[in-house]
Design a protein around this ligand. Structure first.
Ligand SMILES: [Zn+2]
Length: 491
């Protein structure tokens, strides 16, 4: 299981090296003329009442509890993860909030959410404060083929994937068949990771939807069908470790239904409403199906300007070249790629960089307001987490440069300096889609000013025990109190 889409994950996903594409060789004009196509469209913007990016059923894995847990176990490096029962009062309380948010959104956007399953909460015993939506690998039994033109042919010396059939002798020119070709959200084709994909049924309509989804969303990667096979066009980057050109199945990461919340998130945040704001952020990832949304729809530089707009700003055409370059860096999936150049550019030119995390933050404010909770809980929640992580790691965990105390003071002043000018808040390391804590607070604050959400409903009142009792009960279940000594009651 991947913590890719977590709330405050401090490390990025493990990434896979890619082939360098010869983009730099194109003259700038060519790149500029293709701005709209290549570096984002309004589809990616956070505009109100667009909770989903696309509405196909297969975007969500809709996995059973057992399927989810088996993938969680497969993805766990050390001991098996421990989950609380679904009917644990704390799990039920968080589910109450998720249900309320889901209801409010569905009531307002019934068509957009018709194919989206209802999200579920699962509570994981883990002291690390975190929450995430999982990427669930899903496979379809349809043949896959790489166009491969412009890419290196399969390396005959690279060990083939386990269980590969149809593999030929080294040096043979016959295309090698491997079990699965996996399409990533970056428009790159790779071998599946270590998690076994869930086999899912599909039909011709779903196949046509997948082709359209990819071709509408990726800047260069094009899909087509031919002789009953899905063909990954030559614009799709190909992971160099792929040992074959053909496959018996294709796979992708669908969005998992079970939203994981760690006990550590609850015991460190303690405040119910701020935890609800974290859930709203996770729902942003969930509804927008970030596990598979083409990353070319996001990941662009935009001008920060004086404030956010009700419609998110598009890619800044002055920085097309830099956007294309940074996307190639991100496609390389290398944690150690250096982003000093981009950080300098952003500070000097007052640019932001739009990511899935930013989209989830912005949607979370809308979701909170629709449910009838003050959307200021978004930045409040982020500020609290900033403090928690600063305290836990002496500030090392945050990729930004501004510490909690200074950020709180800046927020107090509306992020303006003594002269009334908007201050520059560093975005942080671009290899992590989570921007620095202070930038996230800053951005959400500006979102609130731009949207001026009206609280649509009455504030939901959760039934059951008071929050403090639930906390106590959960704490007891994490660390059961020792049994009374055998001689209890004696002098
Ligand atoms: Zn997130």
């Amino acid at each position: 299981m991947c913590k890719y889409v977590s709330y405050l994950l401090l490390r990025g996903p493990m990434r896979i090296r890619s082939l360098a594409l010869a983009l730099a060789a194109f003259p700038l004009l060519v790149a500029c003329s293709a701005v709209a196509e290549k570096i984002g469209s309004s589809d990616a913007d956070h505009t109100e009442d667009q909770p989903t990016y696309a509405q196909y059923k297969w975007l969500w894995a809709d996995e059973t509890e057992e399927e989810f847990k088996s993938i969680a176990r497969a993805g766990s490096m050390w001991s098996d993860p421990e989950f609380f029962a679904l009917d644990h009062p704390m799990a039920q309380r968080l589910q109450f909030w998720v249900d309320k948010m889901d209801e409010a959104l569905r009531a307002r956007n019934p068509k957009a959410l018709a194919s989206t399953p209802k999200p579920r909460i699962i509570l994981r015993k883990d002291s690390d404060p975190n929450a995430w939506v999982s990427y669930i690998p899903v496979s379809w039994k349809v043949k896959g083929a790489l166009a491969r033109a412009g890419n290196a042919p399969a390396q005959p010396n690279v060990p083939s994937d386990a269980g590969a059939d149809g593999a030929t002798e080294a040096g043979s020119t016959v295309p090698r068949t491997i079990p699965t070709l996996m399409l990533l959200s970056t428009g790159k084709v790779a071998a599946p990771g270590s998690l076994p994909p869930l086999d899912r049924r599909f039909d011709d309509a779903a196949l046509a939807e997948l082709v359209k989804f990819a071709n509408d969303g990726f800047a260069k990667c094009r899909l087509s069908t031919s002789d009953g096979a899905v063909v990954f066009g030559e614009g799709c980057a190909v992971d160099p470790s792929l040992s074959g050109d053909r496959s018996d199945a294709i796979a992708f990461y669908a969005t998992g239904k079970w939203i994981t919340v760690t006990t550590g998130l609850i015991t460190s945040m303690l405040d119910e409403e701020r935890i609800v704001a974290v859930l709203a952020h996770e729902l942003g990832h969930y509804y927008r199906s970030h596990s598979i949304q083409p990353s070319d729809q996001l990941n662009y530089f935009y001008a920060l300007g004086e404030g956010n707009k009700p419609e998110k700003p598009g890619a800044d055409p002055r920085y097309v070249e830099q956007t294309l370059k940074v996307r190639e860096k991100l496609r390389s999936n290398d944690w150690y790629v250096d982003y000093t150049e981009e950080n300098k550019l952003m500070a000097e030119q007052r640019l932001g960089f739009y990511t899935t995390e930013q989209e989830a933050d912005e949607i979370s404010l809308e979701i909170l307001a629709r449910m009838g909770m003050p959307p200021t809980l978004g930045p409040d929640s982020q500020a609290l987490l900033h403090k928690i992580v600063d305290d836990l790691s002496s500030g090392r965990g945050d990729t930004g440069e501004i510490k909690w105390e200074k950020c709180a003071a800046l927020r107090e002043r509306g992020f303006k300096d003594e002269a009334g000018q908007v201050v520059s808040v560093p975005v942080g390391n671009l290899s992590d889609p989570h921007h620095s804590f202070c930038f996230r607070v800053f951005n959400m604050q500006r979102e609130l000013e731009a949207h001026r959400y009206q609280l649509a409903a009455e504030r939901p009142r959760p039934p059951g025990e008071p929050w403090s009792k639930l906390l106590q009960r959960m704490q007891n279940d994490i660390d059961p109190p020792p049994p009374p000594p055998a001689d209890a009651g004696r002098d």
